[in-house]
Structures are given as structure tokens and as C-alpha cells.
Design a binder for this molecule. Structure first.
Ligand SMILES: C[S@@+](CC[C@H](N)C(=O)[O-])C[C@H]1O[C@@H](n2cnc3c(N)ncnc32)[C@H](O)[C@@H]1O
Length: 386
């Protein structure tokens, strides 16, 4: 994270503008200050910690802009205006150009706002080195392949390969597939591939396959669409079959040691070790009720900011499948900023709740109403109004 350390700092009164950045307002806690900063379209916090002769000024993690250059520019401008006496720094950008992002990698907003369900869609979960995904993309130019992977280096590597191969029918996302399903429309997907998922024998709650996931997968599959699980793990095979069979209308086929057209890295390894490989194919037989795009979470009103400022203490609520953690508050006379983590245990949202002029909002504004978030949001609203 870009930062600098300075011996002295003469904080200029807010708001002020410098270069292409506006430094708008500030909130404080015992340990640090946040300065709300706007740089072109991006909004984020700069955090100031410590005292002279060692003050740390850095980009704040949760609100970090997608392009780090904005943060570097803002810190540079702030250092100038606050007459800082810098001891060490990593804010000088290597170049002043915006880094080109690979357009194949999408943010979650894309699947809500811009996504057109006009093509046949295939989904691959945990594509790893991407051999199977690339094979599907090359052989199905008229279909769109959505690849979901939580390992960033694999995501970037496969995006690069798509570019090199000129594949135009792939979109990739770094998201937990167990929650991502909620963003997909009912009856929209032809195939979901899950090849060699991590078996998590000691931590089964981390498995991709669960009764909830299977229900969501069946909902998003077209009638006749399939979920194809391929695994080398006896335990994962038995567990998944059991979960699939819990469905009252399970259409399940099982294959042992069948070759696919393409063999993944993991598969090559297991074949060398002469391990068994199992395929379980679950077919959706039903049409499901259509769903609308997921809305973002928002607040209506608030009337007790003074009480929140006075009484705030960190607090943790634990539900069965969701939680809310109010972590820390920063305040100014008419504003409170609460650092919060909430949502599903497997993929928490880390956001600020900004309370100002009887208005409340999440910042950054990226919390969608997936089930766990919705439950957490109800707790948050209740807590804020109590
Ligand atoms: C054992 S590797 C298999 C990779 C690839 N399918 C293959 O056959 O070579 C499992 C992959 O699933 C990814 N993964 C694990 N949990 C995930 C989740 N909840 N959502 C999306 N990807 C996940 C991991 O990062 C890893 O790349």
C-alpha cells in the first residue's frame, strides 16, 4: 500500500484541492485520522497515524481505488500541502500512466449492470491453470464461458492466455463461487464445471459443494443443464453424491475413470499415481422462477447519530450463516465513519458505514443483496436505530 513516513506534518484545513485531487473532509479516532479524498472518479480515504517525529500517511485498504496511481498522486499532493519532512516513501509512481487492466477480468458490478444473457453460458468454478476452460472457449466460439477463481495469479495468468489466443468469449472473476451463484439469473446456464475442487476433508465447511450451493446451481441451470463434478477424492465423491441425492428430484449419473477431451494439470498428476477419477453429472430437470438483478443494499434514514458517536463500542453479531462486526468508529462533529465487516463467513464484505446529515451509506458502494448480506444488513439497520 502506498505510504510515506514524515517527521513533521502541518495539516492544512479542509477542504482543499491540489493537482487532480480534492481533500474533502476528515474524521478521527484515538489512533488515526481518515481524510476523504476524491481523485477524478475515484473516492478513497487517506489514513494518518502516529505523532511527530514519526507520522505515517498511507492509503487506506478497504477504500483502495482500483488504480493505485490515484492513491500515489493523492499522497504526493498531500505531502506537498502539509509541508511534510519525509523520512521514507514509496509513493513515487513508476509512470504517470494508468495501468491497463485486462478487460477479460470483471468486477462483480459487471454481472449485475452490464451482463446480457443472450448467449449460451458455461461456468467453470476453480479453473486453476485454465486448461479445461481454454479448451471449452476455443471449441465453443458461440458460447460465453464464465470462469470463477479465487486464486488471483491463476486468474491473471488465464486472462493473459485468453488475450494471446484472441479468445473473445471468456469473462473471469475473482469471487467465491459459493456466493457468486446468487448473481446469476435462473434458467440461464447450460453447464457448470467443477473439476478437482479442493476436498477440504478436515474443513468440510469450506467445500464448494453444499446443499445450499446445489440448490443455487440447479436454480441457475436451464432445464436439461448439467453440473459436472470431477474429483480424485473418494471422500469428496461420496460426500457430493450424498448432497446431490438429498435433492428430491435428483437426476444423477456417475462415471469412473472416464477420459475427457482435455486433461488438467491435477488430472495428469493423479493419473500418474493411478488414482481413480470420478465424474458425477447432476442434471436439472425443472424450470425455476425468474429472478431480478440483485439490488445494492441501502439505508432509508437515521436520527440518532449523537447516540452512536457517544456509545460506540466494537461489537460482533454471529448468525448461523452470516455475521456483522462493527470494528471501529472515526468521528467529526457532524459525521461518523464505522469500519464494518459483514455477510457470509466464506466471503465477508469489508466496508465503511458513513453517517452524515441524517443520511447513511456504505462506502465504497459495493454491497449487493446476496442472502447473507441481506441478513447482516437487517442487523446493521436495527443496531443503528436502537
Ligand atoms: C485443486 S485446484 C483445481 C484446478 C483446476 N480445476 C484443475 O483441474 O487443474 C482447485 C481450484 O479451485 C479454486 N477454488 C477453491 N475454492 C474456490 C471457491 N470457493 N470459488 C472459486 N474457486 C475456488 C482454487 O483456487 C484452485 O485454483
Amino acid at each position: 500500500m502506498p505510504n510515506f513516513i514524515t517527521k513533521t506534518i502541518a495539516k492544512p484545513p479542509l477542504p482543499f484541492s491540489s493537482g487532480r485531487c480534492d481533500f474533502l473532509w476528515e474524521v478521527n479516532s484515538k489512533n488515526s485520522n481518515y481524510i476523504f479524498t476524491r481523485c477524478e472518479e475515484e473516492k478513497f480515504f487517506i489514513q494518518i497515524k502516529g505523532e511527530s517525529p514519526k507520522v505515517i500517511v498511507k492509503g487506506e485498504k478497504i477504500s483502495r481505488p482500483s488504480q493505485v496511481i490515484f492513491l500515489q498522486n493523492a499522497l504526493e499532493e498531500y505531502a506537498k500541502k502539509a509541508s511534510c519532512d519525509i523520512i521514507s516513501s514509496n509513493i513515487t509512481p513508476a509512470s504517470n500512466r494508468l495501468k491497463e487492466k485486462n478487460p477479460i477480468i470483471k468486477e462483480i458490478d459487471f454481472f449485475v449492470q452490464n451482463f446480457v444473457f443472450d448467449k449460451e453460458l458455461l461456468v467453470e468454478i476453480g479453473f486453476g491453470s485454465g486448461r479445461h476452460l481454454l479448451y471449452q472457449a476455443k471449441n465453443n466460439p458461440d458460447k460465453l464461458i464464465i470462469g470463477i477463481e479465487i486464486h488471483k495469479p491463476s486468474l491473471e495468468q488465464v486472462a493473459k492466455q485468453c488475450t494471446i489466443l484472441g479468445l473473445k468469449n471468456v469473462v473471469l472473476i475473482d469471487y467465491d463461487s459459493r456466493i457468486f451463484m446468487e448473481f446469476l439469473r435462473s434458467n440461464s446456464i447450460s453447464k457448470i464445471f467443477i473439476h478437482f475442487p479442493v476436498p477440504w476433508d478436515k474443513k468440510p465447511h469450506r467445500r464448494v459443494i453444499s446443499p445450499y450451493f446445489v440448490n443455487e446451481a440447479l436454480r441457475v441451470l436451464k432445464a436439461g443443464g448439467t453440473l459436472e463434478l470431477r474429483t480424485d477424492s473418494d471422500e469428496y465423491y461420496a460426500y457430493s453424491l450424498d448432497v446431490f441425492m438429498q435433492n428430491p428430484r435428483a437426476d444423477v449419473r456417475i462415471f469412473k475413470n472416464f477420459d475427457l477431451e482435455i486433461s488438467s494439470k491435477y488430472e495428469d498428476r493423479w493419473k500418474k499415481l493411478e488414482k481413480n477419477i470420478y465424474d458425477i453429472v447432476l442434471t436439472n430437470t425443472q424450470l425455476h422462477t425468474e429472478n431480478s438483478p440483485l439490488p445494492k443494499l441501502s439505508f432509508d434514514y437515521l436520527n440518532n447519530i449523537d447516540k452512536i458517536m457517544r456509545d460506540f463500542t466494537p461489537k460482533l453479531f454471529r448468525g448461523e450463516d452470516f455475521f456483522v462486526h462493527f470494528e471501529e468508529i472515526h468521528t467529526a462533529h457532524d459525521r461518523a465513519v464505522i469500519k464494518t465487516a459483514f455477510g457470509a463467513y466464506e466471503r465477508a464484505e469489508h466496508l465503511f458505514i458513513i453517517i452524515e446529515d441524517d443520511k447513511i451509506s456504505y462506502f465504497p458502494d459495493r454491497a449487493y443483496a446476496v442472502k447473507a448480506n441481506k441478513k447482516a444488513h437487517e442487523i446493521i439497520k436495527k443496531w443503528l436505530n436502537e
